[in-house]
Design a protein around this ligand. Structure first.
Ligand code: AQP
Length: 331
């Protein structure tokens, strides 16, 4: 079965709808046909400010949300990045293979360092894509399900794999991105020209674990567009199109069918229906997360099993890499 790797950072207590629709739903769909590794990338999350106690809580909460969203630990490998030392080890090799200019051109680095300010930007933000390349390449990954924002990092990963292979001999599978077109980018409810993200201020981000009533209110106050017609047209009607994308993904109905449903109806109806479907989805989701987080031992046992399987696969790749670059084996 082809191999998949993907990860999410434990940088919030709750995933937002962009994380869920952009990534997690594909994870769940792909685990039937692929050998999947799904990772809570806690090492990535210390590239920005963090508190140890909060990080502990969020790492478990993120793993619990993967499970509640449908990741099955019997079919997929669920792991915490810091449990597998090979991620840090391969990341160093990747860093030494990357050009300074090449890493400086990453949009996420440019955006984040601009937002945080050069003085407060840690070198970890700069090295982030090299760690991500290591995450992916360690598992000989064929396919990486991500949102559109990760395309550039994945391109770098592919370049690094090719560069290493041609200099040191075939070692890594060169991975392909897997981006589901319809949900590649979920936009902020208040600023529908920007991707939904926890770093955007304002009430435009839907956190799955927040009070459903508060989220329903956020949906009802979403920015829409001039005109009245409910039509999918991202250029002219970004707000309405975003709501249609979300409703389509959550209800399983095609956007074209939804457009027909709303002939003669208004934006208010669309928002109300989206709020209802969203609440219907998050209510059992929240309950499942609560139960999983309440059973710390059970959760930690799942992560321990995942780490063991991951270490076996990652260890082989790391040993081959170290040998190819000329590191002597420890006798
Ligand atoms: N708005 C989005 N639409 C579609 N996919 C998205 N992803 C994130 N936002 C959207 C996808 O979610 C996965 C996890 O990404 P991450 O761990 O990098 O999450 P993040 O970047 O911390 O999420 P934010 O909210 O965007 O955080 P900030 O603002 O801190 O950068 C990835 O597959 C990503 O593509």
């Amino acid at each position: 079965r082809p191999r998949i790797f993907s990860g999410m950072q434990p940088t919030a207590d709750s995933l937002h709808l962009g994380n869920y629709l952009g990534a997690l739903t594909s994870w769940v769909a792909l685990q039937d046909t692929h050998d999947a590794f799904y990772c809570v990338v806690d090492m990535h999350s210390i590239t920005v400010e963090f508190e140890p106690e909060v990080l502990r809580r969020r790492s478990r909460a993120t793993a619990a949300q993967f499970l509640a969203g449908g990741v099955d630990p019997e079919r997929s490998t669920l792991l915490l990045q810091s449990h597998v030392a090979a991620h840090a080890e391969l990341s160093w090799v990747m860093t030494c293979l990357t050009g300074f200019g090449e890493a400086s051109r990453m949009t996420q680095f440019k955006d984040k360092s601009q937002r945080i300010g050069a003085d407060r930007t840690g070198a970890g933000i700069f090295a982030y894509p090299m760690l991500m390349a290591a995450d992916i390449l360690l598992y000989q990954t064929d396919l990486v399900p991500v949102g559109e924002d990760q395309r550039q990092h994945l391109e770098l990963t592919r370049n690094l794999a090719q560069r290493f292979n041609s200099r040191f001999g075939q070692t890594f599978v060169v991975p392909e991105p897997y981006i589901v077109k319809q949900t590649a980018k979920i936009y902020d409810l208040q600023q529908p020209d920007k991707q939904m993200s926890k770093s955007l201020p304002g009430p435009g981000c839907l956190y799955l674990l927040d009070d459903p009533k508060a989220n329903a209110k956020k949906i009802r106050s979403a920015v829409t567009d001039t005109g009245r017609e409910v039509r999918f047209d991202p250029a002219e009607k970004p707000g309405v199109s975003n709501l249609l994308t979300m409703l389509s993904a959550l209800s399983g109905r095609e956007v074209a069918a939804l457009e027909e449903d709303y002939t003669g109806k208004g934006y208010g109806d669309l928002k109300k229906d989206l709020a209802d479907v969203f609440v219907e989805f998050v209510t059992p989701f929240r309950e499942r997360v609560q139960a999983l987080v309440g059973d710390t031992e059970g959760l930690d046992a799942i992560l321990a099993r995942g780490a063991e399987r991951a270490r076996a696969v990652a260890g082989e790749t790391l040993a081959a890499t170290y040998d190819r670059v000329g590191f002597l084996p420890a006798k």
